[in-house]
Design a protein. Structure first.
Length: 292
């Protein structure tokens, strides 16, 4: 901690502002001195003056000095507001809320401490003015760590949008899978009505297929609820789901071949061959849609 109770970097900032304020104060004093000098040069040309003349000169001098001092005080106030604006803007970029205590501005002990600090700093700066090199300018307030924070926030927002898009895609796929499940169940029920004697085997196949589809539905619902998973996990999960769908497709194809083989051995084969041919075409169409 430096003499003012802040770190060295902030103390250097205070010193820079005090130099600016000292310069402005010196300019104001020079202006006031010039007002008095102008009065001496322009009005004090005679040896004697009446009371009214002296009052008139003092009134004119008072008006000029009052105007100059008021203008400088207003400018100092505006300058301080701009300085506070810079600090507050930098704090807002870090999502901070600064507070000020106006009562400390009239604390004579603190004011005396600042006066002593200015005196010591001015003395030391005069002694080192010829030896010290020019200090580099500080980086602008709107750059630095705040820029990194803004980039991080933007990156997180972008990742969030990607996850939302991925979630919508999964919801669409899940809905499509449920629709395909309903259509497939309807087709299997039609086959069950046609196959007659093979009802038990068909029911077993339907049960296995329903279990596969139920597991697929559960897996999709779990994926929908898991909104905090990253993109890599979602892609791996979708790949596994694809493999499961392909496996169901293969099992369905195998079941169809077995059912067709058994059904060909029955006496009603010739009469139902045409009906089964149409149903097989429907199953192939469902298989193609399921693969897509």
């Amino acid at each position: 901690q430096a003499e003012l109770g802040v770190n060295e970097h902030h103390q250097n900032e205070v010193v820079s502002y005090m130099r600016f304020a000292r310069f402005k104060r010196g300019m104001c004093l020079k202006t006031v001195d010039s007002c008095f000098q102008d009065l001496k040069d322009s009005r004090l040309v005679e040896e004697t003056f009446t009371v009214d003349e002296v009052i008139d000169m003092l009134d004119g001098l008072q008006s000029v000095v009052h105007s100059e001092v008021e203008s400088e005080l207003i400018n100092t106030t505006y300058t301080n507001v701009l300085l506070l604006r810079q600090l507050f803007s930098q704090a807002e970029k870090w999502y901070l809320k600064l507070q000020t205590d106006v009562s400390d501005l009239e604390n004579r002990e603190l004011l005396h401490q600042v006066a002593e600090f200015e005196k010591s700093e001015y003395t030391s700066s005069n002694e080192k003015s010829t030896a010290d090199p020019i200090k580099p300018k500080l980086a602008p307030l709107n750059e630095g760590g705040s820029e990194l924070l803004n980039k991080t926030v933007a990156h997180l927002q972008e990742e969030n949008e990607k996850l939302k898009t991925r979630l919508r895609t999964i919801e669409t796929q899940a809905t499509a899978a449920l629709d395909e499940k309903s259509k497939l169940e309807k087709s299997l029920r039609d086959l069950q009505m046609i196959q007659g004697d093979q009802k038990n085997n068909a029911n077993q196949d339907i049960t296995e297929l329903e279990n596969k589809v139920a597991a697929l539905k559960s897996q999709f619902e779990k994926t929908l609820n898991d909104t905090t998973a990253n993109q890599k996990f979602l892609e791996e999960d979708l790949m596994t789901t694809k493999h499961d769908l392909l496996k169901v497709q293969d099992q369905l194809s195998t079941a169809e071949k077995e059912l067709e083989k058994k059904f060909q051995q029955t006496a009603a084969y010739r009469n139902m061959k045409e009906i089964l041919t149409r149903k097989n075409e429907q199953i192939k169409d469902l298989r193609r849609r399921l693969s897509k």
